[in-house]
Write a protein that binds this ligand. Structure first.
Ligand SMILES: [Zn+2]
Length: 102
């Protein structure tokens, strides 16, 4: 028995489960837009994607994010979400780091 309780989420890009530290959360805002949830704690319906660009591309291009969040995702949204995603990928640990040691 291990005391640690892992938080497992399923990537909608490749369908594999992963510890949530390796996963990026997207959330549907109250007005129906989709945003990257850097805190992982934002209120609203969430969808999870590996911190890997190929999973993001699969999720966004096959409209899995839109379908999972029941939201509309247009080309402008995709560009914005990709920029946010790449920014997060460039800062490992930034997703689940509440201490903010930067
Ligand atoms: Zn994945």
């Amino acid at each position: 028995m291990r005391p640690r309780k892992p938080a497992i989420r399923t990537c909608i890009g490749c369908g594999k489960s992963e510890d949530k530290r390796e996963i990026v959360r997207f959330v549907r805002t109250p007005d129906g837009a989709v945003e990257l949830d850097e805190t992982g704690k934002a209120n609203g319906r969430g969808a999870y994607v590996h911190a890997a660009l190929e999973c993001f591309e699969t999720a966004i291009r096959k409209r899995k994010i839109a379908s999972a969040l029941r939201a509309n995702v247009n080309e402008d949204d995709i560009g914005r979400l990709r920029a946010d995603f790449e920014r997060v990928l460039g800062h490992p640990g930034a997703i689940d780091n509440e201490d903010g040691d930067a």
